[in-house]
Design a protein around this ligand. Structure first.
Ligand code: ADP
Length: 260
C-alpha cells in the first residue's frame, strides 16, 4: 500500500454532528444590538426555520454564516471549523460548504440559465464544462426548468429565476443551504411553485437547511425545528407542532396571530 492510500484515523474524532453552532454571538450596528448573546446549533441534515418580526436579526445570522458581516462577540463554527477569526484559506473552504439563496435572485443577466449554474462549479470547484453541464441539467430538472437551459434570466418569470438561483446554489453541492426570504420579492401567484421546489429538495436530499421565511405553512411543513426571534434573541424554539400548535410564549402567540 502506498503512503497516499494509507487510511489515516479521523483527524477530528471529537467533531459533533452539529454542522452549525453559534455560541454567545453578539452583533451590533452602531449602538444597536441586533443579536444579543445568541446560542443555537443546527445538526447535519436538519431543516431549521427562523421566524419572527422584521428587524429581529434573522437575516444577520445568515449573513454571518456567509462571512458577509462579522460578529462583535461569540464563536461561530461550521462543521467543526471556527469562523472569525480564521485564515482566508480556511474561510474559503468553509464558504464552499454553504450555499445561499437571497430574496433577490441576482442571476447574471448576460448569461444563459445553464451558464449561470455552471459558472461557479467550473471556476471555483474546477469541474470540467461537461461535468458541470450534466450537473446543471439534473438540477434544472429538479427545479422544473429542464426546458429553460438556453434562456436568459430576463425571459423568465421571477419564480423561474428564483428556481434557477436555487439550482445555482445546489450546483456547488453545499452541505448547508441558507434561504433568506426567498419568496418575499415574488408576485403571490409565483410563490407556491418556488416553495414546492424547496419542499421537494427538503424531502429528497440530505442537505441541511437554515431558512428565514414569512411563509408559515411552508415553515410548518419542512422544519425539524422552528426558532422564534424577537429583538436579537430566541424567545422560543421547538418542533413546528409546538411552535405553531401550542406556543408557550406570549410573544410567539402575538406574532403568529398577526401573520397567520
Ligand atoms: P430580520 O432579518 O429579522 O428582518 P435583520 O437581521 O435584517 O432582521 O436586521 C436586524 C437589525 O439590524 C435591523 O434593525 C436592521 O436595520 C439592522 N441592520 C442590519 N444590517 C445592517 C447594516 N448593514 N447596518 C446597520 N444596521 C443594520
Amino acid at each position: 500500500m502506498s503512503v497516499d492510500t494509507v487510511k489515516h484515523p479521523d483527524p477530528t474524532p471529537t467533531a459533533t454532528p452539529e454542522l452549525i453552532r453559534l455560541e454567545n454571538v453578539t452583533k451590533r450596528f452602531g449602538g444597536h444590538t441586533v443579536l444579543d448573546g445568541l446560542d443555537f446549533s443546527v445538526a447535519a441534515g436538519k431543516h431549521v426555520t427562523l421566524i419572527g418580526p422584521s428587524g429581529s436579526g434573522k437575516t444577520t445570522i445568515l449573513r454571518l454564516l456567509m462571512t458577509l458581516t462579522k460578529p462583535d462577540e461569540g464563536i461561530i463554527t461550521v462543521d467543526g471549523d471556527q469562523l472569525f477569526p480564521a485564515p482566508e484559506k480556511k474561510v474559503r473552504e468553509i464558504r464552499k460548504k454553504i450555499g445561499m439563496v437571497f430574496q433577490h435572485f441576482n442571476l447574471f443577466p448576460n448569461m444563459t440559465v445553464l451558464r449561470n449554474i455552471t459558472e461557479a462549479p467550473v471556476t471555483v470547484l474546477g469541474l470540467s464544462k461537461d461535468e458541470a453541464e450534466a450537473r446543471a441539467r439534473e438540477l434544472l430538472d429538479l427545479v422544473g426548468l429542464a426546458d429553460k437551459a438556453g434562456a436568459r434570466p430576463s425571459q423568465l418569470s421571477g419564480g423561474q429565476q428564483q428556481r434557477v438561483a436555487i439550482a445555482r446554489a445546489l450546483a456547488m453541492r453545499p452541505q448547508v443551504l441558507l434561504l433568506d426570504e426567498v419568496t418575499s420579492a415574488l408576485d403571490p401567484e409565483l410563490v407556491a411553485g418556488v416553495l414546492d421546489v424547496l419542499r421537494d429538495i427538503a424531502r429528497s436530499t440530505d442537505i441541511t437547511m437554515l431558512c428565514v421565511t414569512h411563509e408559515m405553512g411552508f415553515a410548518r411543513d419542512i422544519s425539524d425545528q422552528v426558532l422564534m426571534f424577537d429583538a436579537g434573541r430566541v424567545v422560543e424554539s421547538g418542533p413546528p407542532e409546538k411552535i405553531f400548535g401550542e406556543p408557550e410564549q406570549e410573544r410567539t402567540r402575538q406574532f403568529l396571530s398577526a401573520v397567520l
